[in-house]
Design a protein around this ligand. Structure first.
Ligand SMILES: [Zn+2]
Length: 157
């Protein structure tokens, strides 16, 4: 049982194709079942019972068309302050989709969340801290210069 699941996982692992390879070899993959693993970015665009999501696997990005209920468990979408959910998408690749005006896309049949995304706190707070520190230092310098000037004036008088 365990070995069956393991070999199944390994088969799946081996068949994951990069988005860049899909685009590069689009003729070979056209209308074929494919598996990708990628980060969900931006947002869900709803189209009645279906939706579009954008995914990026680091090699490239592509639009994925899927039934809207398959997007329900998605929580995080990659942007400047979030790492999006990492998903395994099984579906069919279209290099020139008839249904969607000749777009290059994937029609998903299955979506599995492999790793949940998260908010990127660190970078933001480091920047905020740096800016706060710099403005604090500047106001301290201004204050010191101002005080020194006043002292100079007093001595002159
Ligand atoms: Zn399509």
């Amino acid at each position: 049982m365990v070995t069956t699941i393991l070999s199944l996982l390994l088969t799946l692992q081996n068949s994951i194709v990069s988005i860049n390879d899909l685009i590069k070899d689009s003729h070979a993959y056209d209308q074929k079942p494919i598996v990708i693993e990628a980060e969900v970015i931006l947002e869900v665009l709803e189209r009645d019972d279906y939706a579009w999501i954008n995914v990026n696997d680091g090699s490239n990005a592509i639009g994925v068309y899927l039934p809207i209920e398959m997007t329900q468990d998605l929580k995080f979408f990659g942007d400047h302050s979030h790492i999006g959910d990492i998903v395994l998408i099984e579906g069919v690749f279209y290099r020139n989709c008839d249904e969607h005006g000749g777009e290059i896309d994937i029609h998903a049949t299955k979506l599995t969340i492999v790793k949940q995304g998260y908010k990127v706190e660190q970078e933001v707070s480091v920047w905020k801290f740096a800016i706060a520190f710099i403005s604090f230092s500047l106001s301290l310098i201004v204050l010191l210069i101002y005080r020194n000037k006043r002292k100079d004036h007093k001595i002159e008088e």
